[in-house]
Design a binder for this molecule. Structure first.
Ligand code: COA
Ligand code: AMP
Length: 634
């Protein structure tokens, strides 16, 4: 790579003169009060971006474009193969719906800083609710619709919402998911009780309403007074989004308003090469960070048309669904998880269903999990378009490493998420926090300060933010991922170094599953690890030790554990396998050697550590995994 490349110039400018670089990016937005402060360090661990700026993110996403003459341009396309619905909202129409729903929330007492939990399927009302909360300067916390009542209750207790917005049902491939009973159950379980619930009644399944607490969205909106945009400080929170950590308690990632808007706007141009009027489709869910950043705020702040798709890549109705949507709406930029393409490839290996005109499509971006070279090759070959892997996390909110297509399309190396995005100083560290050399694998860490848009803290638990991310390597943010940087500066992300796994692009905690499994009365001890799964990337596997004197049938026990995890976390955990073992490999101090178990399941070479207490446990477990066909072919 030439050192004078455009990319290098951007990258060096962001690292060497961050104030000037980000001030320039901030100037591209319309603020109520333009910030003079750019980056400020508050103390050893905390930084603030644009602290004296005042703005409203929903204004930037909607009203601003109407003022710029784009009011009639389509802001949002809703495409729902599961309900046979297609609907377009212009910027003006979406703004009006948002203002109207903001009026509903305002009448319920929601004001600046209040939290509103949103538990919705992929319908336009989910987007409207998020923007309405932002319009009021309040803080939304969207909970993915696939989560169980228990998970929802955890989030309600942490965020303490004044109001919860939900819908009567979601629609999966061939079944209705009744949301309202889950919501009622969650509120019963939670200690915090919201004042009100606003329920969007869908015709496929109407919900029973609790008088005094529940309001019908449509009836309330019809009576509401539209509400205007409330100015907030750049440092005020826009949202809290919960993500899995290593413990059973999810972490509420806090995103500010100002840094977030600046960073997303920059990323839309620098990473995605998107401009106003482009059609941008992130085939994710508003319950995940991809949905927040690139179904909602990024495309709308940039003035794009965003696609909200209520369907799957396969079976709704077939593996041609992605191509149909891209062609029908002239999608220019597609963003999806590799797992979606693996599912499409399984159903339609020759891409025979790709018989649409995809001439509008420029680029396909993938994230959420490692883009394996086989999937990269298949998509590149079938579409003959650039396929870009990029790496990021809920915590950062936008890509840390990518091929910066809006600056310069760099040569692709399959297996690599390419180069650090300007603003992110990516380093590979060893156990002692020392920088490693090119091609040496270690912990991926980001040198502080982080660029705008990254998490500012963990909701209600700043100590968890400091301890969880900043203490492992002083002066760095520890990403939780491992990998290496090659001689050309390309980053290869190899997987998590902690107990987080990634199932179909969904981030899950094995620690949380262990807590659930361990609560079964027959279980003395257990360990849950992520093992390879050809479509979803990973799936959880439990290794369980039975209490002395208890006699259980493995099949029955497994079914009970599967039901428990499904009940406590949700079907999305895809927890389907549990094996009874007689011992677990541990260090002499009693720590389960999870990495070793993962290596056995991966069929890779492993060395037995000298600290192991019971080396004979290893061949026993390896044999059990082999018998169940759970060891990956190397
Ligand atoms: N609401 C309720 N239930 C949900 C749900 C939701 N929003 N999302 C998933 N589930 C349920 C499914 O119905 C399924 O239940 P089941 O075990 O009763 O069949 C279970 O959770 C697992 O779902 P999923 O992981 O979606 O598996 P699948 O076999 O139905 O589909 C894929 C497989 C690969 C097509 C699908 O996982 C997919 O589209 N993945 C892409 C994910 C993605 O975009 N991630 C975002 C990261 S950027
Ligand atoms: P989430 O916070 O749910 O977005 O999940 C973030 C995690 O997903 C990261 O820490 C990685 O482990 C994984 N991930 C996301 N994108 C990639 C990628 N492009 N390559 C490898 N891993 C990825």
């Amino acid at each position: 790579m030439s050192t004078s490349s455009h990319y290098q110039q951007h990258y060096q400018a962001a690292i060497n003169t961050p104030d000037a670089f980000w001030q320039q990016q901030a100037a591209r937005l319309s603020w109520y009060k333009t910030p003079h402060n750019t980056l400020q360090q508050q103390d050893a661990d905390h930084y603030q971006w644009f602290s004296d700026g005042v703005l409203n993110t929903a204004y930037l996403a909607l009203d601003y474009h109407i003022e710029q003459g784009r009011g009639e341009q389509t802001a949002l396309i809703y495409d729902s193969p599961v309900t046979n619905t297609k609907q377009r909202f212009s910027y003006r129409a979406l703004r009006d719906e948002v203002a109207q729903f903001a009026g509903v929330l305002k009448a319920l007492g929601v004001t600046k800083g209040d939290r509103v939990v949103i538990y919705m399927p992929m319908i336009p009302q989910a987007a409207i609710a998020m923007l309405a909360v932002a319009r009021l300067g309040a803080v939304h916390s969207v909970v993915f619709g696939g989560f169980s009542a228990h998970e929802l209750a955890l989030r309600i207790d942490d965020a303490c919402p004044k109001v919860i917005v939900s819908a009567s049902c979601g629609i999966e491939i061939s079944k209705l998911i009744a949301y309202k009973p889950l919501l009622d159950d969650a509120i019963n379980k939670a200690s915090h009780k919201p004042g009100y619930c606003v329920i969007y009644q869908r015709p496929q399944l109407r919900a029973d309403m609790q008088s005094g607490r529940d309001l019908d969205w449509q009836l309330a909106a019809a009576k509401a007074e539209p509400a205007g945009c409330v100015p907030v400080k750049a440092t005020d929170p826009l949202y809290v989004l919960y993500t899995s950590g290593t413990t059973g308690k999810p972490k509420g990632v806090v995103r500010d308003n100002g840094g977030h808007a600046v960073a997303l706007n920059y990323s839309m141009q620098a990473v995605y090469n998107a401009k106003a009027g482009d059609v941008f489709w992130a085939a994710s869910d508003v319950g995940w960070v991809v949905g927040h950043s690139y179904i909602m705020y990024g495309p709308l702040i940039t003035g794009c048309t965003t696609v909200l798709y209520e369907g799957k890549p396969v079976f709704t109705p077939d593996a041609g669904a992605f191509w149909r949507v891209c062609a029908e709406y002239g999608v220019n930029i597609l963003f999806a998880a590799p797992t979606a393409f693996r599912a499409i490839r399984k159903e339609d290996p020759d891409a025979a269903l790709q018989r649409y005109d995809l001439s509008a499509l420029h680029t396909i971006f993938m994230a959420g999990e490692r883009l394996d070279p086989a999937t990269y090759d298949w998509v590149s070959e079938k579409l003959q378009k650039p396929v870009i892997d990029h790496w990021w996390q809920t915590e950062t909110g936008w890509p840390i490493a990518a091929n910066p297509t809006g600056i310069e399309l760099m040569p692709v190396k399959p297996g690599s998420s390419t180069l650090p995005v300007p603003g992110f100083n990516v380093q590979i560290l060893d156990d002692n926090g020392q920088q490693l050399r090119a091609n040496e694998q270690g912990y991926i860490a980001l040198k502080l300060p982080l660029p705008p848009g990254c998490l500012t803290t963990i909701w209600g638990n700043d100590q968890r933010f400091v301890d969880g991310y900043l203490r492992s390597f002083p002066g760095y943010y520890a990403s939780g991922d491992g990998g290496y940087i090659d001689q050309d500066g390309y980053l290869f992300v190899m997987g998590r170094t902690d107990d987080v796994i990634n199932v179909a692009g969904h981030r899950l905690s094995t620690g949380e599953m262990e807590q659930i499994v361990a609560s079964h009365p027959a279980i003395a001890e257990c360990c849950v690890i992520g093992i390879h799964e050809p479509i979803k990337g990973q799936q959880p596997l439990a290794l369980v030790l039975i209490k002395n004197g208890i006699d259980v049938d493995e099949t029955i026990l497994e079914a009970e554990l599967v039901a428990m995890v499904r009940q406590e976390i949700g079907a999305l955990a895809c927890f389907k396998q549990a094996i009874i073992v007689t011992r677990l490999p541990k260090t002499r101090s009693g720590k389960i050697l999870r990495k070793l178990l993962r290596q056995i399941a991966a069929g890779s070479e492993y060395s037995v550590p000298s600290t192991i207490d019971d080396p004979a446990s290893l061949p026993e477990i390896a044999a059990l995994m082999h018998n169940r066909g759970l060891v990956s072919p190397v």
